[in-house]
Write a protein that binds this ligand. Sequence first.
Ligand code: NAD
Length: 416
Amino acid sequence: MAGKDNPFEIVLRQIESAKPYLDVEPDIIEAIKYPKEVLTLHLPVKMDNGKVKVFTAYRSHHNNARGPYKGGVRYHPNVTLEEVMALSAWMTFKCATVGIPYGGGKGGIACNPKEMSQSELERLSRAYALGISRFMGTDIDIPAPDVYTNPQVMAWFVDTYEKVKGWSEPSAYTGKPINIGGSEGRGDATAKGGMYTIREAAKYLKLTGKVTVAIQGYGNAGYFAAKLLHDELGYTIIAVSDSKGGILKKDGLDPDDVLKHKRETGSVINYPGSENITNEDLLELECDILVPAALEDQITKDNADKVKAKMVAELANGPTTPEADKILHKNGVFLVPDILTNAGGVTVSYFEWVQGRMGLWWTEEEVYDRLERIMVKSFNDILEIAKRHDIDMRTADYVLAVSRVVEATKVRGFWP
Ligand code: NAD
């Protein structure tokens, strides 16, 4: 994260942005702003060199008016309390956006997984799972993957949790490997949901012919977005990047070949036949669709005026600041907000949770079918609000999501 803006302050402004369009008492809005509780942990972990290292970790419970807390766990050196709080709030409004029966939670560990061995990562993951085990469970809070965590980490988490509890409870975690209760279609769910959303937005914007795309980040969200937009929609992926930099090839990249290169060399940069560019350059490229799929705080007041894409589809959480939102809107850039674009991940996590509880597993087709219906409906619900009030898509999304969280809060009442 570039680290300029406090991400939780951004969430508060986003919630406030919905107020003028809602007939809601200000005290009720106040009641849904802040996390209900946040757990901070200091985890001592034995490293391979025999020394003990202490890691700071968090789990934030933002809101559970609509259902149990739900959200991923991030491993990154820049994880902070404010970031985890913001990510947990975005989960609340994301689940409300797509109408799935969850609130919002999120976790994170300040660590650098790139400098850790697999066995160190396993010990850290198990320490975290043990630490939060009293704070979560199938009907309380259900963690999942996020930046630099994956199905293997979920397997260590759920194994630790089940050993501590003494029973099998696959729905306590989602994003697990398929052979221990994961769902078909969870691997590429975030990007798949993003693809359905981008397809609907492209129809609305009447993008036809050669549609060009630049994607920042080449992990779970970014790589699968490149692959699906290329393979299923026939778009031309002109640029992609990762933490080391980006690459540009105007006549189009082959997403799988770029992934092979990244696996062999550790980065997308220096991909044969492409030109190396910076992450900053990538955001300012001439293209139809820009997909931030890495971290927060990427499109800011300093570079928003230079964004030339017709559409920004946020697969990352929080890549655009409120000042940048205003500039993009003024410049006619159609922004599809994070809490809609990347909601496919939590939606298929919800399917995994449902399947785990039923003990009955769906086919990939069933998963994608249900996901598509939810994403298409959510996009159109928000577009309708945006048109009705003549507002940007993010504000429209917050109008919808905040109203749903408020309704649930009011009908429950306040007790004690
Ligand atoms: P990941 O760990 O799989 O990949 C992260 C990617 O970002 C890597 O390619 C990394 O090199 C790149 N990156 C890191 N720092 C960067 C930088 N400064 N500039 C450019 N690239 C950088 O993580 P992911 O799961 O793909 O998550 C990416 C974003 O998508 C995050 O904002 C995450 O919260 C969001 N998201 C993920 C999911 C999910 O299911 N995985 C769901 C919803 C939202």
